[in-house]
Design a protein around this ligand. Sequence first.
Ligand code: ADP
Ligand code: MG
Length: 224
Amino acid sequence: MLLSIENIVKNFEQGKDTLKVLNNICLRVDEKKNIGLIGPSGSGKSTLLNIIGLIDAPTRGTLKIDNINCDILDQDQRTAFRRKNIGFIFQNNQLLHDFNCQENIALPLILNGTGYNAAVLKAQEMLEKLNLQEKFKSKISILSGGEKQRVSVLRALIKKPYILLADEPTGSLDENNSIKVFNEILKLANSQNTLTITATHNLNLIKKFDSCYKLEKGQLIEYT
Ligand code: ADP
Ligand code: MG
């Protein structure tokens, strides 16, 4: 089993009220494929991705990744597991402006213990895959929106994560760039055998998924 979510519940406590966001969610994935996650704003898409990415913990339920029960990991083990196995792409790229393109992309390798020079070389290889070699040393601030998002895609994939979690990864791009960047995400991820889970509002992306699920009123249902 690549990924197994069993009866996940997520509540947020707000003063004396409880906001119930995920209500007994189940999902099993047993092959490397591209999964879509749709649902209205506020339905819990980011919450679910954050739980799968070990950024947040569920209120109840079990998460297994690569047959490892993540509930029993302590905080340090969760961090180590996340750094090794999880790649994240966010809508607003979340790149670090004090570092240039190649350094932003190299950072996950450096955090995992690779030396600076080797990590930057690998980052350059990644940039070449998307024909961005002239941007090796560019500041983030001079990049176009599409280029920034491509850099964040490369940063998420450089360590060849087991799972790529993409949270509205094209939400800040125009339609043309959305399709282009999303195609690049899938091409790169699939070429290195990474399972992808993408939350999106963009109905044009849905046909690219191998399977798609919808979050609504706390439930996860297959969307066909
Ligand atoms: P989506 O990504 O589908 O738009 P979210 O997962 O971001 O939805 O949010 C689901 C619901 O949970 C929203 O009502 C949101 O306000 C609430 N929520 C998300 N994170 C928190 C938090 N840390 N504390 C309290 N409420 C939260
Ligand atoms: Mg969201």
